[in-house]
Write a protein that binds this ligand. Sequence first.
Ligand SMILES: [Mg+2]
Length: 346
Amino acid sequence: MSSAENNGTPISELGKYGLIDQISQKFATKNKSTVIGIGDDAAVIDTGDRYTLVSTDLLLEGIHFNLVYSPLRHLGYKCIIRAISDIYAMNGVPEQVLIGLGISSRFTVEHIDEIFEGAGLACSKYGLDLAGGDTSPSLTGLTISLTSTGYALKAKLTRRSGAKPNDLICVTGSLGAAYLGLQVLEREKRIFEEDRNIQPDLAGYDYVVERQIKPEINVKVLTELAEKTIPLTSMIDITDGLASDLMQLCKSSGTGCRIFSRQIPVDIEAERVAAEFNLDPLVPALNGGDDFELLFTTPLDAYEKLKEIPTVSVIGHITEKGSGNYLVGADGTEVELTAQGWKHSG
Ligand SMILES: [Mg+2]
């Protein structure tokens, strides 16, 4: 059924976040225990002494992953990272994950074992229990549904919506490598498809490829921020891309922002690989996604303490509502940030 047949609105007209907004407007919160419903990284439920956090993700073959270059074990691992990233983004601690699989006939028991082997490794590393799930035969490819649960201490919960004008905008780690890893894998796939005798050559690209297919979350940085008693006024994880995720944070907080291109922590390896692809490394750093770094804001007076954490970069500041979301270039020119669209391709 095409939109031309039913005269419906193409979803690309609303975009992912417009669609979510439209759905959430129809569902008012009824239960007192629902502290945060739709619209943050995870739902927040008041369970007494602390908050319970719940988040869900849907990953589809051909849209979110490509099995030509993503080994099943790594896919299982990355799924868990994706699931728990949203819990960390609320300044919470993940404890359980549930996995649902839609499995087409081309997958065997051994394939499924591989996925769970990878998932199990991530569960061990991040201290998680695989607490349930479901499996079903599917007509097309592999579908992975993930639910993660965890908790946040009430005083520690960090929403997307708490940023205030003049707050500093900070990111952890470096950005852009995961996207370039994907570009390298796509290039090797094309070469292999043209000549099946040529084996993929990933030598020299290990780091960017690993950031794409087997990412990690920098949990340590959250501990460091807590130890230095740096207050987090808002937070989101960087999965869609810095620009897109920052715009979400500003929208939730009812603010604008200014970030400075020179201060964005473009990954050194990403910079090197970007040159090979004739790409401005700032583009994958802004729009690449899948970096699994954290984007947060803190009051201006936390600046001195922030400087003591080498894995945190201050990239700009929050501005008043209505003043727009801007990237300030090295020459001082201002460009408005734009979000990711709704695409029907990987
Ligand atoms: Mg998120």
